[in-house]
Design a protein around this ligand. Structure first.
Ligand SMILES: [Ca+2]
Ligand SMILES: [Ca+2]
Ligand SMILES: [Ca+2]
Length: 245
């Protein structure tokens, strides 16, 4: 079931997230981290770590993906080892687990959505959404034919995925493998393992800066600067994007 995290982790959790987002928008609670929140007004930039931790940067400052990277790379060898990656994930779990019972409970997750990562409850209009609809489900076939769009699916970039390396709109909920609305440490470590595997593209046990895909928001920033057209004929040129979007 966890073999295809980009999909299986995605659908269910986000339904609940959407509801939560409605509540957030209404109460207008103040942002976490004092003024770093970019919202839809477009101040600064934000990066979401694979564990769902936001890193924010002021407008004009470098995109904060390397802020995360360098913090995780505790031995400063320029790459993130498996252990470093896990340590970072566990540290973030501890930040979320307010009552230290080794679970991220539903209220603790709500706090995450409302206070720590309010960006994930909104759709950032600057993110370029895919028009369609990859046909990557062809292999697993069957399921497609009954769908209204003829087996293709529209996969929007939502939540934390807008600012992240992995297509997980809500990285906390995504770890809830047994759907009991709380995240055990085991679930968290399993999700962390999957994330490491996704990001360590060449499988050598390290994540290097070169391996990191650009986040959708980062692509927006690049496009804003350089206006390079984003691969209309990418398929023909054989420059097929590797990865999950
Ligand atoms: Ca390292
Ligand atoms: Ca807890
Ligand atoms: Ca669970």
């Amino acid at each position: 079931m966890r073999a295809t995290p980009s999909l299986s982790l995605l659908c269910l959790p986000f339904l609940a997230l959407t509801l939560a987002g409605t509540a957030v928008a209404q109460d207008g609670s103040p942002p976490y981290g004092g003024g770093g929140f970019i919202g839809v007004q477009g101040q600064g930039s934000v990066f979401f770590s694979p564990s769902g931790e936001p890193f924010r940067a002021a407008k004009g400052d470098p995109y904060p993906v390397m802020t995360w990277f360098n913090r995780v790379d505790t031995d400063h060898d320029g790459r993130i080892s498996h252990d470093e990656f896990v340590a970072d994930a566990v540290a973030f779990f501890a930040k979320l687990d307010i009552n230290h019972d080794n679970y991220i409970s539903s209220p603790e997750n709500t706090r995450y959505e409302n206070e720590i990562a309010p960006e994930i409850t909104r759709m950032d209009p600057r993110i370029q959404q895919p028009k369609i609809i990859r046909e990557e489900s062809d292999q697993s076939a069957d399921q497609g034919n009954d769908l209204p769009n003829g087996g293709k699916y529209i996969k929007q970039i939502l939540g934390a995925a807008q600012y992240g390396l992995i297509d997980e709109p809500q990285p906390i909920r995504a770890a809830d493998a047994n759907f009991d609305f709380r995240i055990s440490m085991d679930e968290w470590l399993n999700a962390t393992e999957e994330r490491f595997k996704l990001l360590d593209r060449n499988g050598d046990g390290y994540i290097t800066p070169e391996e990191l895909p650009k986040t959708p928001f980062q692509k927006y920033l690049d496009g804003d600067k350089g206006k390079k057209g984003d691969a209309k004929d990418g398929d023909k040129s054989g420059h097929k994007k590797k990865g999950w979007w």
